[in-house]
Structure formats: C-alpha cells, structure tokens
Design a binder for this molecule. Structure first.
Ligand code: FAD
Length: 439
C-alpha cells in the first residue's frame, strides 16, 4: 500500500494535517502555491500565515474556542505548540507574534523527514489520498475544479450570515414563541418592540460602525445583491424594516393579546434548540457594534452571541451530506477536505479540522479504521456540524457550546458552571482518545 498522501495548501489546516500524518510515519507531499502565486489576503512566504488578527481568541476552557485549543494541545497539535511558543501578552486571549508563529511552523514542516514541500498551484486531484486545504480564498482554477468535479453546486463563494445567540441567554419573560398567523409549530422566538424601542434601535443601527471591507470583498458585495446587510436596508428609511425583517403582522403575543410595533424573529438553528439565529440580520457591522446594537432588542439584553453576522468572501462547501465526520468526501473516498473550506470558521477551527482530516487520511493510507471524535468534544462537535449541519440552512460556524452534546440535565450556577462541566467531560474524553492513539 502506498503510504504517501498529498496535502494541498500550507495554511493552518494544511500544516496541522501534514504534521499529524507525518508523525504517524506517513510520507506527505505538501503543495503550496506561495510564493509563485498569492491569494488577495496572503503576503508572506511563510506557512500558516495569519491573514488578519494575530489573536487566536480566548484561552479559557469555559470558552468554546479555548476548549478546542486545549483539546488540540493535549493531542500534540503543531499549531498550538507554535502558538504557545510565540505568544504575546493579551489578557485572557491567546495572541501570537505572527512572524515568529509562521516561522516556527514553517521550520518544523520543512525539516520533518516525512514531509516534502512542493511549491505549486494545484488544480485537480488524482486517485491518491489527498487532503484539500486551500482555504477561504482558494485559487480560481482549484475552486472551479472542486465545483465541477467534486462537489457540484454545493460550493459557495460568499458568506453572508446573521448572528446566532445562545437560547439560554434569551429573556423569555419578554420574548415569546409564535409563528406568523399561527402557522406551523410556533418554532420562532419573537422579540416585540414598542414604537419608542424601535426608534431607538433604528437610530443605533443606522449610525453603528461598519467593519472595514477588503477591496476584494467590496467587489463581491457589489455582485451579491441577493442579501443586503440589515443596516443598509435600514438606511433606506425609518419604516423600511417594518415591512421587512421586523414586520409585526400576524405575530400576536398571547400574554398581552396584541401585536407589537415591530418584532424581531429568531429561528431555531439546531435540533436541540440551543441556538437561534436573528432572521434577516445579515450584517457587516463590527462585532462590538453588533453586540451593542442587537442587545437593544427587547429579550436580547443579555444575549450571548455564539456567532456574529458576517459578509465576506469565503469559499466553502455545503458540507452536510457531502463530507463525513472525518472530513472525507463521501462520493470520492480518497479525498478529504480541511480548513475553512469545510464550513468551519476561524483559525483554530480550521486547525481542528486539519487535525481530524490529517489523522484520518494517514490512517486510511495505513489501512487503519478512522477515528471519529464524539460530539461531547468540541473537535467532534465541529466535525458533526460539518457532516450533519443544523436545522436551518448550512452556514460556516465557529466553535461554540450550542453545537456540543448538551449536558443531560439543567446545571445550577449559570452558563459558566455548565461550560465547566462540558469542558471537563470533553477533556476526559480527549485524554482517553489520546492515550488509545499514543499521541
Ligand atoms: C480576509 C480574511 C480575514 C480573516 N481573518 C480572520 C481572523 O482575524 N481570525 C480568524 O480566526 N479567522 C479569520 N479568517 C478566517 C479563517 O480562519 C482563516 O482564513 C484561516 O487562515 C483558514 O485556514 P485554512 O487553512 O483553511 O486556509 P489558509 O490559512 O488561507 O491556507 C490556505 C493555503 O492554501 C494556499 N492555496 C490556495 N489555493 C491553492 C492552490 N490551488 N494550490 C496550492 N495552494 C493553494 C494558500 O496560499 C494558503 O497558504 C479570515 C479569513 C479571511 C479570508
């Protein structure tokens, strides 16, 4: 059996995948198009380039991405080793010196005896085991090939998503369950607004700070007419939203027996009902502004945002039904995907998928059974989200406690107490898996 695998893209996911495969004794050919060709966001020759912020976000295990980091650390992640070796002071977050971070990883990859680095833009896959980790800005020729030969229509080039909040953080003394005109199963949570509350919200929305758009995102936004940001719609006039996403008609709060001036609807995001998205709230306000303005919505005063709204260029697969929980392409079992491409979102989330795909691609090359991480772990919850999706349309997702297997009973002491229990359960499971794999 050929024990060589190919990995396309030496970003966060590709480097992690290469490292995990190489340390299992599998030979890796790692193909990276830099320095011959650069995406619009990559500028350095080094691998695992952080294209924007140098923060890898929270380092606490009671935060979902912090838990994912700890899981990766315990299983010998190269990206986490580099992050810990090159960290800079940043309070409770893990931030890194980006140049040292990339240099550390590049050196480890280039000097590993099982890894051969080849500088080339890849445009197709052959019959060998291959992990495609070419990222959110995959080159055009590779994107076209993926669409044409591998995933068909299920390849997206733009991500326009509304924020998602933790169901437990919605104030149900104010919000109420109902469907418009009582159709369906009252699956929506509705946040009613008086005229005064609506006016204050509208003022805040139209004056809130928007995130800086990259030049290539501006181009994409122009052609992406189907999905306008809510703040752009709001600027068309004070009343516009009352005929759009905040339309109150048919939504009666039975506790008071009348319809409010405006209503924000939240739609269930997963089967368990632990996450809800704000319907029609695609936005490119900055994250702090989303938190400030959307918390003005009655019932969301203390909302915990599991994901903020985004609008940016992003190549990703509509993965549910196409990839399995090891990130393997079901229709072409020699092909794995990893990184942002799979519908995970963020540096560490991309790393996590690279870990799972690299480990399993190597196991495939060695003729071993796959390792499926359970949903009680954050790394497994992300893989399950990618393979199965949520209840509504599939959108890229950051690590969050809404997708992990819920704790079986109500936990006293609020969310932090609950997250502590979830983290403890997850890390015990990770330790057990790491021990069984001797990693
Ligand atoms: C502009 C922008 C800003 C972002 N900012 C953040 C942020 O601040 N924080 C955060 O957590 N996440 C951020 N993300 C999201 C995402 O987490 C990162 O992009 C992350 O780097 C994704 O990891 P990856 O390994 O999937 O892809 P990448 O790290 O992008 O790596 C992909 C690699 O593949 C190479 N490549 C592309 N096409 C080919 C080809 N055909 N053949 C060979 N090589 C190829 C690229 O050169 C690149 O080196 C951002 C994304 C973008 C686009």
């Amino acid at each position: 059996m050929d024990k060589t695998i190919k990995i396309y893209g030496a970003g966060l996911a590709g480097c992690e995948a290469a490292w995990q495969a190489a340390r299992m004794g599998v030979k890796v050919e790692l193909y990276e198009m830099k320095p011959e060709k650069y995406t619009p966001a990559h500028h350095s020759q080094s691998f695992a380039e952080l294209v924007c912020s140098n923060s890898l976000r929270s380092d606490s295990v009671t935060n979902a991405v912090g838990l994912l980091k700890e899981e990766l650390r315990r299983m010998g992640s190269l990206i986490m080793e580099a992050a810990d070796a090159t960290r800079v002071p940043a309070g409770s977050a893990l931030a890194v010196d980006r140049d040292k971070f990339s240099a550390y990883i590049t050196d480890k990859i280039c000097t590993h005896p099982n890894i051969t680095v080849i500088s080339r833009e890849m445009t197709e896959v052959d019959d060998g085991i291959t992990v495609v980790a070419t990222g959110p800005l995959t080159s055009d020729r590779m994107s076209e090939y993926i669409q044409r030969e591998l995933v068909g229509e299920g390849l997206h080039f733009f991500d326009a998503a509304a924020p998602i909040v933790d169901a437990d953080s919605i104030n149900m003394d104010v919000a109420f369950f109902a469907s418009r005109y009582d159709k369906g199963d009252a699956d929506y949570i509705n946040c009613p607004m008086s005229e005064e509350q609506y006016n204050a919200f509208w003022e805040a929305l139209v004056t809130a700070e928007e995130a800086q758009l990259k030049e290539f995102d501006k181009q994409e936004l122009k052609v992406f007419e189907g999905c306008k940001p809510i703040e752009v719609d709001a600027k068309r006039g004070r009343e516009t939203l009352l005929y759009g996403p905040l339309k109150p008609v048919g939504l009666v709060d039975k506790r008071v027996g009348r319809t409010a001036h405006a209503v924000v609807q939240l739609r269930r995001e997963n089967a368990e009902g632990t996450m809800y998205n704000l319907v029609g709230f695609q936005t490119h306000l900055t994250f702090p502004e989303q938190r400030r303005v959307f918390r003005m919505i009655p019932g969301l005063e203390n909302a915990e945002f599991l994901r903020y709204g985004v609008m940016h260029r992003n190549t990703y697969i509509e993965s549910p039904g196409k990839l399995d929980v090891t990130y393997k392409l079901i229709s072409r079992p020699n092909v794995y995907f990893a990184g942002q491409m799979t519908g995970v979102e963020g540096y560490i989330e991309s790393t996590g998928s690279g870990f799972v795909a690299g480990l399993n691609a190597a196991r495939g090359a060695l003729g071993l059974d796959p390792i499926v991480f359970p949903r009680t772990t954050m790394i497994g919850a992300m893989a399950s989200y990618v393979a199965v999706g949520g209840a509504s349309s599939f959108e890229p997702m950051k690590a969050n406690f809404g997708i992990i297997e819920p704790w079986p009973e109500r936990v006293r002491g609020g969310n932090i107490a609950k997250y502590e229990k979830l983290a403890e359960r997850s890390l015990a499971e990770i330790d057990r898996i790491a021990e069984s794999l001797k990693i």
